[in-house]
Design a protein around this ligand. Structure first.
Ligand SMILES: [Zn+2]
Length: 300
């Protein structure tokens, strides 16, 4: 009897909800920054699955069963593109992606396709390491690119879920207005950084540094994707001698070993920037992630 009443209660709850509850757009986001943006624009009409967290190196993920299961349900896939996810995303799409989320379809957004790319290579060969030939794929750290992507997201969501198109567009409008104000504030806060220089671990920060006018004097990786080694670190130390380097930038998922060695020898501080949403405890969404990044860069 108790069981039956529970079942009836369950059915009651089921029918009490408006049908829209069951029609949420399922979004597969490769990385936390895209998951966060999808949530900003989609609000309660989307269900966001984020495939990685801030402590994972997105270059080196695997097509795990849990990711396959999430891909199977996806109505929209949003990732960085430009080969960043080449080791795992194509496998997921092949094995589990519906036709509507394949490359070029309405449910596929590769961020790099919608923003001006930096570091595009004319020629590429294997000797250059794990390079991204189409250009640097870490596009989310220029906040101007975030606005461009918010528009693409609103357009696609409107196409996929036309019933809520007005809502997606008004959320995007609101987001873009707030975001523009934040950009103005960040840019004035960062004015003093123009012309300064940093050492990076990997070229994860190219868009951020380009936006703020900060120069990269060296990378701890001898080649993209190749971990730092003693000989390369020694040559970095030599190359920065006498230069006024502000910090050694390291992402949460990058090893601090090489950075520590260089920092000890050179007295240049290591700066662990969040890189993405969740990269430290202060970076709970896109806005606070940029707030924290600017705060760290300008306080130093
Ligand atoms: Zn990279």
């Amino acid at each position: 009897m108790k069981k039956l009443s529970l079942i009836l209660l369950g059915l009651g709850v089921l029918f009490a909800f408006p049908t829209s509850v069951f029609a949420k757009v399922k979004i597969f986001a490769c990385a936390p920054e895209w998951g966060a943006l999808a949530q900003e624009i989609g609000g309660e009409n989307v269900d966001v699955y984020t495939a990685s967290n801030a402590n994972q190196d997105i270059h080196h993920m695997r097509a795990k069963p849990s990711l396959l299961a999430a891909m199977r349900k996806a109505d929209l896939v949003i990732c960085s593109g430009a080969s960043l996810e080449i080791g795992w995303l194509p496998i997921l799409l092949n094995k589990a992606g519906s036709a509507s989320v394949q490359d070029g379809a309405v449910g596929s957004i590769m961020a790099a396709d919608y923003v001006p790319l930096l570091e595009v290579m004319e020629t590429v060969d294997r000797s250059m390491g794990h390079v991204h030939p189409e250009g640097n794929p870490h596009v989310h750290l220029d906040p101007h690119n975030i606005v461009l992507l918010s528009k693409v997201l609103a357009d696609r969501l409107s196409e996929i879920d036309a019933d809520h198109s007005v809502m997606y567009k008004s959320r995007q409008n609101y987001f873009a207005t707030q975001w523009q104000e934040a950009i103005t504030q960040w840019e004035s806060q960062a004015r003093g950084l123009k012309g300064s220089s940093v050492v990076v671990y990997h070229k994860s920060w190219t868009y951020l540094l380009n936006w703020l006018g900060i120069e990269t004097v060296a990378s701890l990786e001898p080649k993209p994707g190749i971990p730092p080694n003693a000989a390369h670190l020694a040559s970095v130390l030599e190359s920065i001698e006498g230069k006024n380097v502000k910090a050694i930038l390291v992402a949460p998922f990058e090893s601090e070993k090489g950075a520590k060695w260089l920092s000890e020898k050179s007295n240049i501080p290591i700066m662990k920037l969040p890189f993405t949403v969740g990269g430290n405890s202060q970076s709970t969404d896109l806005k606070t992630m940029f707030d924290n990044t600017l705060k760290q860069l300008t306080n130093n």
